[in-house]
Write a protein that binds this ligand. Structure first.
Ligand SMILES: [Cu+2]
Length: 335
């Protein structure tokens, strides 16, 4: 039975008991489906278009069409008079069918690339119970403000567990990733995901969508051969992402492409409002292209006036043409 590693002084009193570890150990892929809630709509008339039938999963266990609107709010627990938002994350290894001819052994969190979109509200006490079953040492390093002891740089050996516990702050769109060297390899093989901290009062209602841009260095030669939104190259190119005409879309956009100093994101036939790092409630500016370094992320908001299919992609066209290409399918909404 694996022994949990202490992630730091803050968590030194926390020990996974045998039953908890057993539950984690047996949960396996099932963890990916646990504690997942669909969007908070806060009572507003936000509608999500039905997804096309039969969208393939390519080994992720979840279609990127569904993944982009899936948020993991964890499980709320009450301990010593305090509410804890607890997440369970398992590092694994999963074979992804990246293209018709390329299958790839990814390293992943909860059986999917990118990992689950973890979501909390500023001020929440969050606890991430991390079990490493990936076959190599891995970690979870969160961006945000927290003590050094839970910064996720201490290796968690295969078949051991760690607990990261801290107060979620500040609000914004953040990320987590493995921090074992070479980080570009561990992160690039799939060990990355988005960490959204909502402002205490929330944000106005919108159709909320997550897009993570990543690259695949298939031959371990420090350069990417394929790129993707949400794990699978060209997925939204072949399976356009439906959104409703004239309805606000809130895009949580993260760039984790290694080996490129920066990439851009361009939206066709529209303009978006930019909320830098999601750390403001008012937009900084409006554009149809934004430049993002590795690990940079923003909230972009827009609505489409006209139905039809519209591309989104980096404006470095070779990157777009190597898989980082998608389409929004804007559907008229009958009211
Ligand atoms: Cu790792």
């Amino acid at each position: 039975m694996p022994e949990p590693q202490k992630a730091g002084a803050q968590t030194s009193k926390l020990t996974l008991n045998r039953r908890q570890l057993l539950r984690l150990g047996l949960a396996g892929l099932g963890v990916a489906g646990g504690a997942i809630a669909l969007q908070h709509q806060r009572g507003a008339a936000i509608a999500i278009p039905p997804l096309p039938e039969g969208a393939p999963t390519h080994g992720n266990g979840i279609s990127p069409l569904a993944m982009c609107r899936e948020f993991n709010y964890g499980t709320l627990k009450r301990e010593n008079g305090r509410t804890i938002r607890e997440f369970q994350v398992v590092a694994e290894s999963t074979t992804l069918q990246l293209t018709d001819t390329v299958s790839y052994v990814a390293w992943d969190y909860n059986g999917r690339v990118p990992g689950p979109t973890l979501r909390a509200t500023e001020g929440d006490r969050v606890r991430i119970v991390f079990l490493n079953r990936g076959g190599h040492a891995h970690t979870m390093h969160f961006h945000g403000v927290h003590p050094a002891e839970v910064d996720g740089i201490k290796p968690v050996r295969n078949n051991t567990a760690a607990i990261y516990e801290f107060d979620a702050k500040p609000y914004g769109v953040h990320l987590y990733h493995c921090h074992i060297a070479p980080v570009a390899r561990h992160l690039g093989k799939g060990l990355h995901g988005m960490f959204i901290i909502d402002p205490p009062g929330g944000r106005p209602p919108a159709d909320e969508i997550v897009l993570v841009m990543a690259g695949y260095d298939l031959k371990d030669r420090q350069r990417n051969d394929l790129y993707a939104f949400n794990g699978i190259p060209d997925y939204y190119h072949h399976h356009p992402l439906p959104i409703y005409q004239n309805q606000l879309v809130r895009l949580y956009l993260l760039n984790v492409i290694e080996f490129e100093a920066a990439v851009t994101f361009h939206l066709h036939a529209n303009f978006f409002q930019v909320y830098p790092t999601g750390m403001t409630l008012t937009p900084s500016h409006t554009s149809d292209v934004i430049t993002m370094g590795t690990a940079e992320r923003h909230i972009l908001e827009f609505a489409y006036s006209y139905p039809g299919k519209y591309m989104f992609h980096p404006h470095q066209d070779p990157i777009a043409e190597a898989g980082c290409m998608g389409l929004f399918d804007v559907i008229p909404r009958l009211v």
